[in-house]
Each structure stands twice: as C-alpha cells, then as structure tokens.
Ligand binder design. Structure first.
Ligand code: FAD
Length: 425
C-alpha cells in the first residue's frame, strides 16, 4: 500500500495544521510521525519542562488518533536515520511537513529532501507558523527589512489583501489504521518536571495596551510557549483579534520580524548584527554572572525577574528588558551569556525572538535600542511596580538584612558602559 507521511515538528496540533491538512487531502493514507531528535534532546536536562510539555501534547494527539483507529508513530534518534529506516517497511509516496526557519532545521530539512529525492519520494513543506515567511515581506528592491516600522507597515498592507484560511475540521479516516504504543517518559530518558506551562489566555486582551508593561498585573497572554510548539495556530489567534487589538497584533508582528531577520541573517545566532560592536570589551565576571542568574544582584526588579524565570520558566517582557539591560550594561557581560541562560530556562524560548531581543537590548541588533539608553533599574521599578507587588512576590526577604546590597553602583556602572560602547562607535 502506498502511503504519505506527516511529520509533526513544532506544530503539535491536529486542527488548522497546514501540512497535515494537505497530507490528509492527498488521496493516500497518512502515517503521522514524531521524532524525538537526539541532537536536540542531548542538550536538555532530564526534567526539562519544555520536553514534558511536548510529551504531554504528543500523548494527547496519540490518544485522539487512537480513538479513531490510528496512532502516532514516535521514533527516537537522528531524523535522517529515522527516515532512512522508515523507507524500508513503508512504500512512501510523499513526506509532508511545515517549514522551520532556524538554521539547524533548514540544514536538517535540506539533508532530508536529498535523501527522499534519492529514493524517489517527494518532500512537501508548507508555511504554517507565521502569516508571512522568508521573503514575503521585503523592500521594493527585494532586500529584507531591518527596521521594524516599515516592515510592519508592509505586513499590514499584505495582510489586508489576504483572507485568513482556517481549517477547523479534520478527517480521521484518512489516517492509516494501525496501533502502536505511546512511549513512557522514562524510556525517553526524561522525568516529570515541577514547572508547568500555563494555558494561554486572551480574556484580558481588551486592556492589553494599558496593562502589558506592568508585571504585577500578570495579564499578558502567555501565548509564547504555545506559538513556539504550535499547540495553537497563529491564524486562529489572529482571527480572534478585533481592529482595536493593534498593540497586541504588533507584538505578534515583532515575532515574525525577528523570524525573518534570523532567516536572512543566520550569522546573528552568535554574531552582532552591527559588526562595529565586535570589539566591545566585555568584563565577563563569572561571579557577577552567577549572582545575576540567582537573582541576587541587590536590584529588586532584576532579581524578582530572574527568580520568576528560575521558578516558573517565565519572565514578564518589561522585566526581561530590564534584567537583560542590567547584565549587558551594568555588568558589561556579553549578551550571548544572558541569551544562553534565557534559552536554557524560558519555556517560550524561541531562537529568533530571544536573539533579536537580546541584541535589541544590547544595541548590537537591527533596529536596536541606542547603546546609550541604559535602563535605571530603580526608576523602572518605581514606574512599573510602584507598590512593589511584583518584587515582593518573588523576593520574600526584600527589605530584610538577608537581601544583598547592590553589586554595582548604578552611576558608576552607567558611565563605565557608556565609555566601553563609545570606543566602538
Ligand atoms: P504577550 O505580551 O501576551 O505577547 C503575545 C505574543 O507576542 C508573545 O507570546 C510573542 O509571541 C509575541 N511577542 C511579544 N513581545 C515580543 C517581542 N518583544 N519580540 C518577539 N515577539 C514578541 N519571546 C519569545 O517568544 N521567546 C523568547 O525566547 C524571548 N526572549 C526574549 C528575551 C528578551 C531579553 C526580551 C526582552 C524579550 C524576549 N521575548 C521572547 C519577547 C517577549 O518578552 C515574550 O514574547 C513575552 O514576554 C511572552 O509572554 P506572553 O506570551 O504573555 O506575551
């Protein structure tokens, strides 16, 4: 029997999944596959909460398929080798998957396409995780935008010309009817995590513009992790928005902006977008880095953010900016150190957004904050957490003798940072 394969990757849902819908209407029975990619898993702690989230979502997909006489075939290993092994027992006509724009994924998918081609199998990949991808939004000369505002303008212009298409149903009878067991977490080398991913919540979206900068309100959407792993479709989210939700939509466009930046400038992964800052003399003091990580800098808003991150895998956007700025400017620690720590801890870690935002704060990125904008963490706390609700929540010992004094003096650190940056301008 000839079949087609649908490969789940960062699109862990059955509804409104572009490549899956295409596979299901291909006329061939669909074998749904997920590969626990050894190359990625090797980097994770045994109790990584993101792995747990992926695992739970796959299990739920498997259960839905099982109720309809099918299964999710889970494999473990290197994706290319896994596909090599699938080519033997199955007569595969086509492999369907949604595109992933990260440098590792692009290389992996190129390798897979080559392997499939050698075996007479077609690879069909689709845009799914964004509204506009790759070079769909570019300047009139075909070059990518590196400034957000004109990118956003063009994005809106194109968006107005298109109608969102959302597939709300799924035809289960087009999956291959078969039964395989779902793997146990422990057999994959993982254990349960105490950190859980919150459901996303759009119920406060009408007041998003007024509350989004105040961490104590805790009223942002928590969509990040769900968009990262595709447990919800970006089209379904945008379809719910009203014209007065522009500020929220703008944030979603920042996400796509940074994705296209990384796609066009993959060197950004470990290089400054603005190479004039390559010679910047970082201090890179390991003891201070440790204090920053633990939330023991003596600056309450920075420390509260880092503790929220360590305990929950989440940090409010405003506090991410302040904590990142403190590390880069006050401590003169290379933004790549902070970026790597966020990548390890954030549930919503997204390479393009993390890199783009760290470089934005560092002033080394495209359309970045000017290097001389140095957040005063005390004033920021007064402005955005006036009553100290957020800081007290995360620092129970605040105001007591066991809370540490500031590890650097704000004025001195500010001058030091300006001097270091000026030498590269
Ligand atoms: P909401 O405020 O409800 O926003 C809705 C969605 O819009 C977010 O889920 C996200 O998809 C998008 N969005 C919002 N702000 C931004 C932004 N500045 N850049 C890109 N997309 C945005 N976001 C990530 O998704 N992954 C990261 O790894 C990440 N790292 C960051 C690192 C730093 C130093 C900073 C300053 C910001 C980072 N952000 C990152 C952006 C932002 O902080 C998070 O998207 C947001 O806090 C997630 O919470 P939420 O889903 O409740 O956001």
């Amino acid at each position: 029997m000839e079949i087609v394969v649908f490969w789940f990757r960062r699109d862990l849902r059955l509804i409104d999944n572009t490549a899956l819908s295409q596979a299901l209407s291909s006329g061939y029975p669909v074998l749904p596959v997920f590969i626990f990619d050894q190359n990625i898993l090797n980097e994770l702690a045994n109790d990584d909460p993101r792995f747990n989230f992926i695992y739970q979502n796959l299990k739920s997909i498997h259960q839905k398929l099982s109720k309809n006489g099918s299964s999710l075939l889970c494999k473990h290993g290197d994706p290319i080798e896994v596909f090599q092994s699938l080519l033997k027992p199955y007569k595969i006509k086509k492999v369907f998957f949604n595109k992933d724009y990260e440098p590792y994924a692009i290389k992996r998918d190129e390798k897979l396409k080559k392997l499939l081609l050698q075996n007479g199998v077609t690879a069909q990949s689709y845009k799914d995780q964004v509204i506009f991808e790759e070079s769909e939004i570019v300047k009139t000369d075909g070059k990518p935008y590196t400034i957000f505002t004109p990118y956003k303008k063009k994005w809106f212009h194109r968006f107005a010309q298109n109608k969102l298409r959302i597939e709300n149903t799924i035809d289960f009878k087009n999956f291959i009817q078969f039964e395989v067991p779902f793997p146990e977490l422990i057999d994959l080398g993982f254990e349960p995590s105490t950190i859980k991913v919150k459901d996303f919540d759009l119920s406060q979206i009408d007041t998003y513009e007024q509350t989004r900068n105040y961490p104590w309100t805790d009223e942002t959407s928590y969509l990040g992790t769900h968009l990262r792993f595709g447990t919800v479709s970006i089209r379904a989210i945008i379809d719910q928005l009203k014209p007065y939700h522009q500020t929220f939509l703008s944030e979603l466009i920042w996400r796509e902006f940074f994705m296209q930046i990384l796609f066009h400038f993959p060197k950004n992964v470990d290089h400054n977008f603005k190479s004039k800052f390559d010679g910047l003399k970082w201090r890179n003091d390991e003891k201070e880095f440790e204090k920053w990580k633990q939330g023991k800098t003596g600056y309450p808003l920075v420390d509260a953010g880092m503790r929220q991150l360590n305990q929950t895998g989440f940090m409010h956007n405003r506090v991410r900016m302040i904590a990142a700025s403190f590390l880069i400017k006050h401590l003169l620690i290379d933004w790549r150190w902070g970026e790597a720590y966020f990548a390890e801890k954030l549930l919503d870690f997204e390479l393009s957004s993390n890199n783009g935002n760290w470089q934005w704060v560092a002033g080394t990125g495209c359309d970045a904050a000017p290097y001389f904008r140095i957040f005063n963490p005390i004033q920021q706390a007064v402005k955005f957490d006036k009553e100290g609700i957020y800081t007290k929540k995360w620092i129970p010992e605040l105001g007591q003798s066991n809370y540490p004094p500031p590890i650097v003096d704000h004025r001195m650190a500010r001058e030091r940072a300006l001097k270091a940056y000026k030498m590269n301008t």
